[in-house]
Design a protein around this ligand. Structure first.
Ligand SMILES: Nc1ncnc2c1ncn2[C@@H]1O[C@H](COP(=O)(O)OP(=O)(O)OP(=O)(O)O)[C@@H](O)[C@H]1O
Length: 247
């Protein structure tokens, strides 16, 4: 089967607060892939995701998402976006929140139940969000993005603050979605999540250092873990820059 491109970015530059925070990014993401966006805090992961969902002004360069301009109205039903901030109504129950987003997407009751189940909140479905733990509330937010079968999921650090068992089951769910052709772009600064992805975008200080598979990352650096591999890539880059070579 020929795979098409879900996200295509070329020479993307973004400024925030008068400072350039994304510098000349170029990459593409095939449909049905789980792509990890990894890099240190402040390197620009959230800004890139914001640019792709159309809520961040692009200074120059080009981004295409599901063959449209970011923010195109047609994309609203096709993209699920979860920010780092929990974005659900705290005085509504989990199910009421998901039903609300389902109504916007034209999804039915079965899909609501599936989304709640996917994030492991079936037992809490009738509890108000304000009575949930922080991790449960962020899973409620995730359920709202999952409902309605989006073709592209843009998830900004969806596993922060989650226990290992919940993280494991969420990643299994992400894999199941990708197997059905959904594309997932998932940011994280937990490097051990790299091995869950088909492809990795490694960022540092607003630049894309490299795009490669988890196996290539380990092979190329000779490191035993993704954490160590990332550090080696950063050291290599520092050495090249110190020697006056382009980054
Ligand atoms: N509202 C804003 N106004 C101005 N600058 C901002 C704003 N938000 C973020 N920045 C700057 O943009 C840069 C990239 O921030 P961004 O939030 O994209 O990083 P990140 O990699 O997602 O970080 P983290 O992993 O901590 O969430 C940072 O230097 C940050 O200070």
């Amino acid at each position: 089967m020929l795979s098409s491109t879900a996200v295509e970015v070329a020479g993307l530059c973004v400024r925030r607060g008068g400072r350039r925070v994304l510098r000349d990014l170029s990459f593409s993401v095939p449909e049905g892939a789980v792509v990890g966006l990894l890099g240190p805090s402040g390197c620009g992961k959230t800004t890139l995701l914001r640019a792709l969902v159309g809520v961040q002004r692009i200074e120059s360069g080009r981004a295409r998402v599901l063959d449209r301009e970011p923010g195109a109205p047609e994309l609203r039903r096709q993209i699920g976006y979860v920010t780092q901030a929990v974005s659900v109504y705290r005085d509504l129950t989990v199910a009421q929140n998901v039903r609300y987003f389902a109504a916007l997407q034209g999804a039915d009751a079965r899909e609501v139940a599936e989304a709640v189940d996917a994030v492991g909140l079936t037992d809490q479905a009738d509890q108000r969000v304000e009575r949930l733990s922080g991790g449960q509330a962020s899973r409620a937010s995730l359920a709202c993005a999952l409902v309605g079968d989006p073709q592209l999921l843009v998830l900004d650090e969806p596993t922060v603050g989650l226990d290992p068992v919940t993280r494991e089951s969420l990643w299994a769910h992400f894999r199941g979605l990708a197997d059905r052709g959904v594309t997932l772009l998932v940011s994280s600064h937990v490097m051990d999540e790299a091995s869950r992805c088909d492809s990795l975008l490694l960022m540092r200080e607003g630049r894309l250092l490299t795009q490669l598979t988890p196996a290539e990352l380990l092979q190329r650096t000779g490191a035993a873990t993704p954490d160590e591999a990332f550090l080696r890539i950063i050291r290599e880059q520092d050495t090249r820059e110190a020697q006056g070579e382009p980054a």
